[in-house]
Design a protein around this ligand. Structure first.
Ligand code: UGA
Length: 461
């Protein structure tokens, strides 16, 4: 099919490139000429594994191109995907770019006799597509929805895995204005073998928010339990959660073997969730509920628990060192999660700021992030070794494989004090050499007689 995608950010470009990969003819539109030029040269404007290869082949095979001309792209397409950004402002989403895109698409629809489907891919709160977007489209096009198709088609792409997630979706949710809209949009996903859910526009919008809110809730639940453990000698959140998830309702036994759904990785204590989606989406959902007078105590708590995590990590470092003033600390990993260079809402940034405020000399290292690009932060070191030289403590903030698997036999001697604070509980503490003081998250901080009673571990599956 012929598809126009407006917005060449994560969602738009990944969608456009992947749809071209499965055989469609795609025009990616952006109003920033430099971005369009970069895409046409095969250089994605952000780092995403596998994207540049698929972009190059799409360009090479002539199924993909980028343009600044949205009107022409709409005229040439059967399906138009609106995938522009919806940044957060004071806990509400800014719909300016969605409105502008809808207006331009609508104006172009006015001159087209052919039936076309407009689908919102941007994350928008329930009701946005059938009120705001529909209103703008109808007014600009001079015809009612139905004369053109209208859908809401949320994306469920994780940064760092976006191409894989797009090409192997768990499900495709198609919110539809009418059955014809959904049926036409579904044609772009004909080759995808996964459940396709046809539902109302508002259900599709809410499904996206509810999905991210649940992930955030699992993380904050784990972190709240971790805080409880920290105040309770003899407890360890890692052991508690490891036993908890063996409930067969979480991890069923199939053909005699324990299946561990990926969702369980969100039941893990750490320094809190970050990124461009979870914090923004939970806050937007809360704002949406507030406007309707609906209490959202759970969402409030999810955000509040998350906001407390960086300070809890800093308190743990302070407890380990006695005094932070003048100490030297190595922060290992600064991106919001491994596999991306994205710093948005990264807990590392808050930890860095709190440490700087406390008079700490911080040195940071990240395998991929090489500059804070405008955000405040210390100089980033070129290597783990450089960050650790003379440090009083190393704090593992982002569990990059390189950091988790680091050889502390070699690294520890470079430190002034051999203290490791593992803010993600990602290290194998038992494998660390002697002489290192290891502090994980969510462990009773004071000793307890029972600590010596037996060895922890699990037998069987
Ligand atoms: C998230 C969702 O996972 C996607 O399904 C969704 O499509 C996307 O937001 C979006 O709305 O666009 P992403 O922000 O890339 O994707 O990040 P995740 O991999 O879910 O990580 C979010 C936070 O959870 C990070 O801070 C990460 O450290 C934490 N996390 C992630 C865990 O604690 N455990 C995990 O197993 C994975």
């Amino acid at each position: 099919m012929r598809i126009a995608v407006t917005g060449t950010g994560y969602v738009g470009l990944v969608s456009g490139v992947c749809l071209a990969h499965v055989g469609h003819e795609v025009i990616c539109v952006d109003n920033v000429p430099e971005r369009v030029a970069a895409v046409n040269e095969g250089a994605p404007p952000f780092h995403e594994p596998g994207l540049s290869e698929l972009l190059s082949s799409g360009l090479h095979e002539g199924r993909l191109r980028a343009s600044t001309n949205l009107a022409a792209a709409v005229a040439a397409s059967e399906v138009i995907l609106i995938a522009v950004g919806t940044p957060s402002a004071d806990g509400h989403i800014d719909l300016g770019a969605v409105e502008a895109a809808a207006r331009e698409v609508g104006q172009s629809l006015a001159g087209c006799a052919e039936y076309k489907v407009v689908a919102v891919k941007s994350t928008v709160v329930p009701g946005t597509t059938d009120t705001l977007v529909r209103g703008i489209l109808e007014q600009a096009a001079g015809k009612p929805a139905g004369a053109f198709g209208l859908c809401m088609n949320p994306e469920f792409l994780r940064e760092g895995e976006a191409v894989r997630d797009f090409l192997n979706p768990d499900r495709i949710v198609i919110g539809q204005w009418d059955a014809n809209s959904g049926a036409q949009l579904a044609r772009i996903y004909e080759s995808f073998n996964c459940p396709k859910i046809f539902t109302g526009l508002r259900n599709a919008e809410l499904t996206k928010y509810a999905s991210n809110a649940l992930l955030a809730t699992l993380i904050s639940f784990s972190n709240e339990m971790a805080g409880l453990c920290e105040a309770t000698p003899g407890t360890d959140i890692a052991e508690v959660l490891a036993a908890l998830v063996l409930d067969r309702r979480w991890s069923p036994v199939v053909d005699g073997a324990r299946v561990r759904p990926e969702i369980l990785t969100y039941l893990r204590a750490g320094c809190g969730f970050g990124g461009s989606c979870l914090p923004k989406d939970v806050a937007a959902l809360r704002g949406f509920a507030r406007e309707r007078g609906v209490p959202t105590r759970l969402l409030e708590a999810v955000l509040e628990v998350n906001a407390l995590r960086p300070a809890a990590i800093v308190a743990q470092i302070e407890e380990a060192l006695g005094n932070l003033q003048g100490s030297r600390i190595a922060i290992l990993g600064v991106s919001f999660k491994p596999g991306t260079d994205d710093l948005r809402e990264s807990p590392a940034l808050t930890i860095l700021r709190l440490l700087a405020d406390a008079g700490v000399k911080v040195r940071a290292y990240d395998p991929v992030v090489k500059t804070f690009a405008g955000a405040a932060g210390p100089t980033l070191c070129a290597s783990l070794e450089e960050a650790l030289d003379g440090a009083d403590a190393a704090v593992v903030v982002t569990p990059w494989p390189e950091i988790v698997a680091a050889d502390w036999r070699v690294l520890a001697p470079r430190m002034r004090n051999r203290v490791i604070v593992d803010a993600r509980n990602g290290l194998d503490a038992a494998a660390l050499p002697d002489g290192i003081r290891y502090l994980g998250i969510g462990r009773g901080r004071r000793p307890w007689r029972g600590d010596e009673l037996g060895k922890s571990g699990t037998q069987g599956n």
